[in-house]
Design a protein around this ligand. Structure first.
Ligand SMILES: [Fe+2]
Ligand SMILES: [Fe+2]
Length: 421
């Protein structure tokens, strides 16, 4: 007799341990609940039963696993707030149906529960929350549940409850992560819209170079794309281009709109715009940190003859070098009141000639190869034509000019010079 009890105890304990393992290691939630129910029923030789999860929001009980309850057993049931409260008051202890007639939930479902010979239920309560209910039929032997049996049910149910609770937490976490992602996305869009609105405002001030900031943003974007940068980096460079001349907002309108070349004093005034731009952009929290630096240093040159600080090659932030090239390209390819735009071959030659003194050679290469792809028809986006107008690139012999510029610039890039020294 004693041996038999001992055997039973060992059997029960190992089932309990198995449930613990299931809860801890199974990724498949459904499967975990299924196995747990089978272990629970098996260890006490119970014929029928089910595990239901409680959804607080829908006030619904949904069965995750059932066994022996037949096809006509309803797989979901409503649970009123008052039922929930009653279960929470009872706490996590078994309720025998024969003694539960008072509970409203049983009054509603009494018929089906007694038809299916459910004898006992166990509310699953974790951290003061009802997460589900275990339903148990009678034992195969027909014996009533002993004290030990109830203790086993309670221990196993606790594991199942924790499993469901964990699952709920994970779902909540995933929901919050999605919500956060959405918020971030909204913010990013707002930021982009603000940047574009700013660029338009800057361009409005300057009637002769209409659309300049927007185009510099787009050329900067092309350069970063040609360099193979990541999406967020490309976006950051575009923003830097859009905002590079924001400091011009504080420069007097008649200097900016002067129909003739401006004098030295006016130049001095105009040349404050990089520093002013930096002051404007610095206090703003940019998703990309280099945006204010691009505004400050977009008129620097590799040879140190730029302004405002006369920085040299590797002292100049990379993003500012990109914006500088985009800015210069736009200045050469748009009409000014005192100067018409230059033909594309001259512009390419200019970039080629000033590569290494004004422009970073690898950026000239990136820019020219982007242009070449479009001229050759390999790039169908027409991104340059949309910015330059349809005819501008229809220049006989542009392709060889671009090729030779590419060869030339590659050969004289600073890296090659270092290697040959
Ligand atoms: Fe500028
Ligand atoms: Fe500019």
């Amino acid at each position: 007799m004693l041996e038999h009890q001992q055997q039973k105890l060992i059997h029960t304990f190992s089932a309990l341990a198995d449930i613990g393992q299931e809860v801890a290691h199974k990724n498949n939630f459904q499967e975990m609940i299924q196995t747990s129910l089978h272990l629970l029923l098996g260890s006490l030789a119970i014929m029928r039963g089910g595990v239901a999860r409680y959804s607080k929001f829908g006030h619904e009980l949904n069965f995750l696993a059932v066994r022996g309850l037949g096809d006509d057993f309803p797989l979901s049931a409503t649970l009123e707030m008052s039922d929930e409260r009653e279960f929470l008051n009872t706490g996590m202890s078994e309720i025998e149906l024969s003694q539960a007639k008072m509970l409203a939930f049983f009054q509603r479902y009494q018929k089906v529960l007694s038809r299916k010979k459910i004898e006992m239920i166990m509310p699953l309560i974790v951290r003061n929350e009802l997460v589900g209910i275990v339903f148990l039929g009678e034992k195969a032997s027909g014996d009533p549940f002993s004290k030990e049996d109830k203790a086993v049910v309670q221990a196993m149910a606790r594991h199942i409850g924790v499993g469901i609770h964990q699952r709920n937490l994970m779902a909540e976490l995933a929901r919050r992560a999605e919500e956060n992602r959405q918020l971030y996305e909204d913010m990013r869009l707002t930021y982009k819209d603000t940047v574009k609105a700013f660029a338009t405002a800057i361009d409005c001030k300057d009637k002769y170079t209409e659309g300049h900031s927007v185009r510099v943003g787009k050329y900067s974007e092309i350069i970063a794309e040609e360099l193979g940068w990541k999406e967020e980096e490309v976006e950051g460079v575009a923003v830097a281009g859009y905002l590079h001349d924001v400091g011009k907002l504080t420069v007097e309108k008649n200097i900016i709109n002067s129909p003739k070349r401006i004098n030295a004093k006016e130049f001095k005034e105009l040349n404050k715009h990089p520093a002013v731009g930096y002051e404007i952009l610095m206090p703003i929290q940019h998703p990309y940190t280099d945006v204010p630096l691009a505004a400050k240093y977009h008129h620097e040159r590799l040879d140190g003859r730029g302004y405002p600080d006369g920085l040299k090659d590797n002292e100049i932030p990379y993003i500012a070098k990109i914006v500088n090239l985009a800015d210069s390209f736009d200045a050469m390819t748009t009409d000014r009141p005192y100067k018409r735009r230059r033909p594309i071959n001259e512009v390419v030659e200019d970039m080629q000639r000033n590569s290494g003194t004004q422009f970073a050679p690898e950026l000239v290469t990136a820019f020219c190869s982007g242009l070449l792809k479009e001229v050759q028809g390999k790039d169908k986006s027409r991104r340059f034509r949309r910015l330059l107008g349809p005819e501008y690139l229809e220049f006989e012999g542009l392709e060889p000019i671009l090729r030779s510029a590419l060869d030339d610039v590659n050969a004289t890039s600073s890296l090659t010079l270092i290697a040959s020294n």
